[in-house]
Design a protein around this ligand. Structure first.
Ligand code: PMV
Length: 351
């Protein structure tokens, strides 16, 4: 990776950068960490297209680090404090911030109360902006591997958002070049069917989660099932990589649904235990499995750390699945709300 810029920032250095970066949905889940934001097991995700954060960073030369954060037009000290802390903790990686005043303005393209985790999109968009400022100082292109590594330091799953289509984060013997420090792109090793996969996100509840991801990761320490989980995740990575390459949808469905249920089972086995699914989460799962059995359409579900259900299906089945969502599944959603998303192309430069 390129060295950080450690020189003197020119006195007339100022401007504004803007990046949009997507959220991602994990198929094999990252749940449990160690050290400095390192995963206990590798994970694989689809990069989304529509659910994104758009972040602008205004910058000017200053005597010391200055920072202001606005979310959707309003100053937001709580969220700003998180980003500021991330920068202070990691200033060895971007020492030039100590000579800059930054004004950050961010917004999400998905609705505020949709219960969609925004840390992957917002942190990766912010890191892309920060690296863009550095690239103006050094005159070199942004390295996606470096963007992935720094995004990981801000929010683990954000490491996977910087690549188009699919990403793998975490070291595994099954994939050359994989690392715990950063994610790697999978785009060139997947069957075309996955490059246009759909993800319809059914909003069962838009309420704030009762237990944060950070606390959930922490509870994996001491969870009696943790060693078995990490072994199983490695096995699932191995088999999913094979299925992704060949386009084997039966294996894809089997692993994806099992991973979602394992994630929530781990929460139920933590001490203290917690449950993030809602009754309608289970109703939707039951409907999806019945629909798949009756129609043979390869529709499956996954879950994030929350009650909302992500429905995954090939582009060729979109019409039938979307009418099933409208006619049946949306009745289980808060205000009948769902978001039509699909696999996308990673971060985009806005300015
Ligand atoms: O990146 P974090 O710390 O918010 O953790 C994300 C955890 C899951 O979303 C549940 C799984 C994953 O791999 O994205």
């Amino acid at each position: 990776m390129n060295e950080a810029f450690k020189g003197e920032v020119p006195n007339d250095f100022q401007g504004k950068v803007g990046w949009s970066s997507p959220s991602n949905i994990a198929l094999v889940k990252y749940w449990g960490k160690r050290g400095k934001q390192l995963p206990q097991n590798p994970s694989i995700s689809f990069t989304l297209s529509e659910c994104r954060s758009e972040t602008f960073i205004g910058f000017e030369k200053a005597d010391r680090f200055g920072f202001q954060f606005f979310f959707e037009g309003q100053e937001n000290p709580a969220f700003g404090a998180k980003i500021e802390q991330f920068m202070l903790d990691n200033q060895a990686f971007f020492p030039f911030i100590n000579q800059l005043n930054l004004k950050v303005e961010s917004r999400n393209t998905f609705p505020h109360s949709s219960g969609i985790a925004s840390s992957a999109s917002s942190m990766s968009a912010f890191v892309m902006g920060l690296l863009e400022i550095e690239s103006q100082l050094v005159g070199k292109e942004i390295e996606l591997r470096k963007a992935s590594c720094f995004s990981r330091l801000a929010s683990g799953s954000a490491a996977r958002s910087v690549y188009s289509k699919m990403a793998l984060w975490g070291a595994t013997d099954c994939y050359k070049g994989s690392s715990d420090e950063y994610a790697v792109p999978l785009e060139n090793n997947i069957h075309p069917v996955f490059k246009t996969y759909h993800d319809s996100i059914l909003i069962v509840s838009g309420e704030k989660k009762s237990v944060s991801s950070r606390a959930g990761h922490g509870l994996m320490e001491g969870n009696p099932y943790a060693p078995a989980r990490y072994a199983q995740a490695n096995e699932n990575i191995k088999n999913l990589l094979i299925a992704l390459k060949s386009g084997n949808l039966d294996t894809f469905i089997n692993i994806t649904e099992s991973e979602a249920l394992q994630l929530h089972a781990l929460m139920m086995c933590s001490n203290p235990s917690f449950i993030l699914m809602k009754p309608n989460t289970l109703r939707i799962i039951e409907e999806v499995r019945n629909f798949r059995n009756e129609t043979q359409i390869p529709l499956c579900f996954t879950l994030d750390a929350g009650p909302n259900v992500h429905l995954l299906y090939p582009e060729s089945e979109a019409e039938k699945v979307e009418s099933f969502i409208k006619n049946t599944l949306s009745t289980y959603c808060a205000d009948n709300k769902w978001i039509a998303d699909c696999v996308g192309n990673g971060p985009k430069k806005l300015l």
